[in-house]
Design a protein around this ligand. Structure first.
Ligand code: FRU
Length: 448
């Protein structure tokens, strides 16, 4: 990856040039990880979407390939997924999007036949394979094989719910059910980029997890990724928590449209590191948009129930220089390791980038409850970018804190059970780091 710009990360995927957003069609084929993504190769702002394509053998080094999907008469190419059939054929499923003369969105689902090397992409002649029942937001098909019922399952945005369909051949789809109209968090925009997969705890307890992006009203404002834990019988998803329980895959402001890889033995996800509130304005030059580090997902039993545990894929974590408090990183790409004990009643302050104020403080509130507060300064004229917000969570400590920093991108992990991913554009991405513990906390300047 070139490092021509100060904010180009080294270990997070970026396109060489142009705009990217959601990861699409994540699939592992013959030991190679393929990442497609929403891409506008001709501009650094969102526009007519194509599918870009990159691949990697280790999730660390990525090769960018020619654009895979171009807009056609049915529309531009919105988000979707990829699967390998029992006979080894590779299929892509995506949403064709266009607007009619009145400016109304028209979204339908399409199928693409690809070769195993993913170099040629031929559209199914009967596209669209799923027509629109009259929904403005009807998109982002994520497809997987459901062994027990021996059918393909598609989860799809249906406005503010997720539609579930089944098929035996990926061409004819039958509506099964809808989930979510009165569950979890809803904002003004539609739910986007759903994904449904099975996970286990280390004790072998297994559940289905439905992840879905919420474009507004995320945990830090704007985009966010929530999830539900429950059962799926091939037709319906049943949430095992109360409908008003809201679970976040990441409590930061920049973790959206997460998707899991098809064809991998572990459940590995990648998300887009941005927020629709300001995604088109971030201060990069040749490229705009970054993918998260790949994460491996499992479930963990907490007091309140089963929750996601996410760790950075081991090959990727191993590529970061390890830094401890008081040491200085040799570049802007490092992993700062520390520990926090909520019972020790100290305030932990983490300062990065040689900045005068900490970007994260953790304050004990008693009985394991802590307040995690994140500060982000404004850069240039990006609206809604500066932020100062706090979340209250319960921790049982002492707990390992891993802070993956990559030229301004910060993925802040608390024991693997909480993550906060945030973009920063600091003047000194490789600047001094410091972790302090004291009774009062460091001086913390609020931003207006
Ligand atoms: C989510 C999203 C998807 C859509 C794509 C368009 O970020 O809005 O719902 O398919 O981006 O680029």
């Amino acid at each position: 990856m070139t490092s021509d710009e100060p904010f180009r990360p080294r270990l997070h995927f970026t396109a060489k040039a142009g705009w990217i957003n959601d990861p699409n069609g994540l699939i592992k084929i013959d030991d190679e990880w393929h990442l497609f993504y929403q891409h506008e190769p001709h501009s650094t702002v969102h526009g007519p979407m194509h599918w870009g394509h990159a691949s990697s053998h280790d999730l660390v080094h990525w090769n960018e390939h020619p654009v895979a999907l171009y807009p056609d008469a049915l529309g531009t190419c919105f988000s979707g997924s990829a699967v390998e059939t029992q006979s080894g054929d590779i299929k892509l499923l995506y949403t064709a999007h266009r607007t009619d003369d009145q400016g109304q969105d028209l979204q339908v689902q399409c199928l693409v036949h690809a070769d195993r090397q993913l170099t040629s992409f031929e559209r199914e002649s009967s596209n669209p394979i799923v027509t629109n029942p009259g929904l403005a937001a009807f998109r982002d098909p994520k497809v997987f094989w459901h062994g027990p019922t021996r059918r393909w399952i598609m989860v799809l945005t249906h406005g503010q719910s997720v539609g579930i369909r089944s098929s035996s051949d990926l061409v004819d789809w039958r509506f099964e059910s809808e989930f979510g109209a009165s569950e979890g968090r809803h904002g003004e925009g539609p739910w986007e980029c759903p994904d449904l997969f099975q996970l286990r705890t280390t004790n072998g307890v297994s559940r289905w997890v439905l992840m879905v992006g919420i474009g507004t009203d995320g945990p830090g404002g704007g985009s966010g990724t929530q999830y539900f834990v429950g059962e799926f019988d091939g037709r319906r998803f049943i949430n095992e928590n109360a409908p008003d329980v809201v679970l976040w895959a990441d409590l930061g402001r920049d973790y959206y449209a997460a998707q899991s890889f098809s064809g991998a033995s572990e459940t590995v996800t990648i998300a887009w590191v941005s927020n629709w509130q300001y995604a088109n304005q971030t201060p990069t030059r040749e490229f705009r948009g970054v993918m998260s580090l790949p994460r491996e997902l499992t479930l963990v039993r907490m007091q309140e129930g089963l929750r996601l545990r996410q760790r950075i894929a081991p090959t990727v974590a191993a590529a970061f220089e390890i830094v401890r408090s008081g040491e200085n990183p040799t570049s802007g790409t490092y992993c700062l390791l520390t520990q926090y004990d909520p019972g020790a009643t100290k305030v932990m302050s983490v300062t990065l980038f040689d900045e005068p104020t900490p970007i994260v403080t953790i304050t004990p509130l008693g009985e394991g409850k802590v307040r995690i507060r994140t500060l982000r300064e404004s850069v240039g004229q990006i609206s809604q970018f500066a932020h100062d917000y706090a979340v209250d969570v319960v921790l049982s400590g002492p707990i390992n804190i891993e802070i993956f920093v990559d030229n301004g991108i910060v993925e802040f992990g608390v024991g693997g059970v909480l993550w906060l991913t945030n973009l920063h554009f600091p003047p000194k991405p490789a600047g001094r780091v410091e972790v302090t513990f004291d009774d009062e906390g460091s001086p913390y300047r609020a931003i207006a």
